[in-house]
Design a binder for this molecule. Structure first.
Ligand SMILES: Nc1ncnc2c1ncn2[C@@H]1O[C@H](COP(=O)(O)OP(=O)(O)OP(=O)(O)O)[C@@H](O)[C@H]1O
Length: 235
């Protein structure tokens, strides 16, 4: 699929038209530079609706993580606008899985649910169901530090769902994973989107691209590429 930079990401199941979907992120004509540096990119425009999975790719240093932080509201774009509905819950999954070594997988996953005042037994039941969905049923009693890299990354995704976000931002989730684990993470991200959240993942990984509704390649938005004939988003 190839689409113009201003178009919405295609509906996941093809059933809804663009107007019927709730837009979670609207990026319009965005360009960004840090003080004293050149523009990383310009004229970046796309929408992401609830239930959609979008990859942001580009060479190292092209500004993938920076774009996520503009969407999260941590930074303001130098040019253009980024809009996320007021009150939307945003969750960020970092590149390196992190957790307390001696806590169990079930403890780590259920904590955000317990923190919303759900009784512990019910929270653990909900978390256990999600861990099962993400292939971690056999690991519920394992300690965090005994998990493989892929398992730990999938636990971070489960934990993110347990925070009940509307928008999930995921930064390079497969950087240290083998192909099988990378494919599993791609499938897990797709599962998250199918449950109704908007998911944006910064990634170089073709296994993750495959799972996505669309891919925005920042290389096409670098000022030089623009001078050579215009910017596009591709999928
Ligand atoms: N606060 C900052 N001040 C100045 N420059 C910055 C700042 N944050 C990031 N940069 C620079 O902006 C560029 C884009 O960084 P960013 O981390 O967004 O790239 P990336 O595409 O995610 O890279 P990678 O794939 O290597 O993780 C880099 O050259 C980086 O050094």
């Amino acid at each position: 699929m190839r689409f113009g930079a201003r178009n919405a990401v295609a509906p996941r199941d093809g059933s809804a038209t663009r107007g019927e979907q709730s837009t979670m992120v609207q990026v319009r004509d965005v360009g960004h530079r840090f003080p004293g540096t050149a523009l990383l990119y310009e004229h970046v425009s796309f929408d992401v609706a609830a239930g959609q999975l979008l990859a942001v790719t580009g060479p190292s240093g092209s500004g993938k993580s920076t774009l996520l932080s503009l969407i999260a509201g941590w930074d303001k774009p130098t040019l253009g606008t980024v809009e996320v509905p007021r009150g939307a819950r945003i969750c960020w999954v970092f590149q390196n899985p992190y957790g307390p070594c001696y806590r169990t997988v079930l403890d780590i996953a259920s904590f955000p649910i317990i923190a919303r005042n759900v009784p512990r037994a019910l929270a653990q039941e909900q978390a256990a169901g999600l861990l099962d969905d993400f292939g971690l049923a056999a690991k519920v009693d394992s300690r965090f530090c005994d998990l493989s890299g892929g398992e730990a990354q999938r636990l971070m995704l489960v934990r993110a769902i347990c925070c009940a976000p509307d928008l999930l931002l995921v930064d390079e989730p497969t950087a240290q994973l083998d192909m099988r684990s990378a494919r599993q993470v791609g499938e897990s991200l797709s599962l998250l989107a199918s449950r109704g959240m908007a998911v944006i993942v910064a990634t170089h990984d073709p296994f993750v691209w495959k799972a996505c509704d669309a891919v925005v390649d920042l290389e096409r938005f670098m000022p030089l590429a623009d001078a050579e004939g215009g910017a596009h988003a591709v999928a």
